[in-house]
Write a protein that binds this ligand. Structure first.
Ligand code: NAD
Length: 254
């Protein structure tokens, strides 16, 4: 309409898991800046409250809820506490563990797979049930990884969980298309965040960066286009898709 400025997510509600730091916090800020009312969900309530205050200070709408994605009871009660079904869900909560498969304890496998794969399933199921009950459509964006598409050493549990997440994305897209729920996977390559900045500044990290065709790490904001495509009506006919944002890492030379 002439004279009216609207943001692409005006009137939408979104929930981002693992929003207390890193990419999750970035995605929460992004969705709020595009007009969505955002629920930041993670285990560390204090960090979430600080993030919400910052988003509100910038004119955005944000609130925090405590959520452990590995715990079915925590997921059920978190979604019961939401007054309405969110239009957008970003399954971002994730953990990694870098060690040789021969040395990996079963508990490590469980922690990584429970968070990255079971957690995304539990949250997706909870939101889909809520959307169905309300007769609403929605968009689920799973934050997978390029290691879910091509292996990397010392990441057996992580890479398997992310490959599982890519396939879960496709099966849920198939099952839930009839309910108007789209499910897509964003596969970031190496993105610089507080958690890996020191490693990538090291010699070993620099060797890894040289194997990326663009010869550099990605920045969190370089995921924005892909996330907004999946989350918004711009992607209304896209479901079951997997999109890598990786500086060409997946097509690096053998
Ligand atoms: P991060 O450690 O900063 O963020 C992970 C977030 O998940 C944290 O806020 C953490 O508290 C939360 N979390 C962990 N376990 C949880 C649980 N049980 N319940 C709720 N929240 C939980 O790391 P990040 O780099 O920002 O990663 C975010 C996502 O992006 C992860 O899924 C990760 O696998 C994926 N990813 C990151 C990169 C990268 O280069 N940074 C690349 C590919 C994929």
């Amino acid at each position: 309409m002439r004279g009216t400025v609207t943001d692409i997510l005006d009137g939408k509600t979104a929930i981002v898991t693992g929003a207390s730091s890193g990419l999750g916090l970035h995605f929460a800020r992004l969705l709020a800046s595009k007009g969505a009312s955002v629920v930041l969900a993670a285990r560390r309530r204090e960090a979430l409250d600080v993030a919400c205050a910052e988003i509100q200070g910038n004119g955005g709408k944000a609130r925090a809820i405590s959520l452990d994605v590995t715990d079915a009871v925590s997921v059920t009660s978190a979604f019961a506490a939401l007054e309405s079904a969110p239009d957008i869900v970003v399954n971002n909560a994730g953990v990694a563990d870098n060690q040789p498969a021969l040395e990996m304890e079963a508990a490590t496998w469980d922690r990584v797979v429970d968070t990255n794969l079971k957690g995304a399933f539990l949250v997706s199921q909870a939101v889909a049930r809520k959307l169905r009950a309300a007769g609403k459509s929605g968009s689920i964006v799973n934050i997978a990884s390029i290691t879910g598409l091509r292996p990397a050493g010392n990441l057996a549990a992580y890479a398997a969980s992310k490959a599982g997440l890519v396939h879960l994305t496709k099966t849920l897209a198939l099952e839930w298309a009839r309910h108007g729920i789209r499910v897509n996977a964003l596969c970031p390559g190496y993105i610089e965040t507080d958690i890996n900045r020191d490693f990538f500044a090291s010699e070993a990290g620099q060797v890894l960066v040289k194997r990326i065709p663009q010869r550099r790490l990605g920045k969190p904001e370089e995921l924005d286009g892909a996330l907004l495509l999946f989350a918004s009506e711009a992607g209304s006919y896209i479901t079951g898709a997997t999109l890598a944002a990786d500086g060409g890492h997946l097509v690096s030379s053998l």
